[in-house]
Ligand binder design. Sequence first.
Ligand code: FE2
Ligand code: FE2
Length: 313
Amino acid sequence: MAAVQLGQYPAPGHVVAHLSDPHLLAQGVLQYGVIDTEAGLRLALTRLSRLDFPPQALVFTGDLADKAEPAAYARLREIVEPAAAAIGAEVVWVMGNHDERAAYARGLFDLDDDTPQDRVHDVAGLRIVSLDTSVPGYHHGDLTDDQLGWLADVLATPAPHGTLLALHHPPIPIPMMPAADVIELLGQHRLAEVLAGTDVRGILGGHLHYSTYSTFAGIPVSVASATCYTSDPAPVDRFVSGVDGHQAVTMVHVYADRVVHTIVPLAPAPEVSGFPAEVRAQVEALTPEQRRDLLSRKDSPLYTGEVDVPGTA
Ligand SMILES: [Fe+2]
Ligand SMILES: [Fe+2]
């Protein structure tokens, strides 16, 4: 992260990109005849590849393949793995209700396995647990006693920098889309009992196709928007409304004592103000007092137009 600390907080210890619900289809097929799911995924990866401080992990919280087609999982790997390698990021896959365990295991891990797809990743001392909340044949979520026992065993030993729990069905209320209540994670109190007192510092979820935040058992929960289409959280006269817009990913910055989530919309928008990248080095070269004079004073020549900043109009 930044060599020079500009504010009160040091750089975060870990940077994670949280993507969700790519719903990839076999090549050339549009979702609902409209959504190019591959284009949305590529746009997300392109944006992530251009970050000044790249993510160490790309976490995909489920619904990876819309119809669990082997060709879609193959396509997913073809697209994501080279991009992740170029970024220098580990990939964390998570099962969603649109995924099928056997196809997911074969397509992404080269395994013949139709049991729950739960895995543990170590990202430079930050543990990321991928927990499979899917129920074969259904869209709602659940966890078996075996899975909860496995999770308790994993969490019995704290990780050096704590744990992020990644799952598809977020264990939170869904006030802006009551229809999704019917396909929520069942028996959430059982998961809460397992998480109590552990080193889980954040829960990353998907499934809802819009960004929302809450807590669960005292742990912050962040739900990332989808890269394919968005569920409009405030539709007019519609029980549910999926729209082609507002796609986003969420950046997750893990600090020693907290986690910060930042939504990154995928669609480009026209710039109306700003400074070129070179200004960063110039600002870093100043003393804290000089920086405050330049960037905080309302009568700074930067804001009164008395100096020309290269690259700005
Ligand atoms: Fe989804
Ligand atoms: Fe889902």
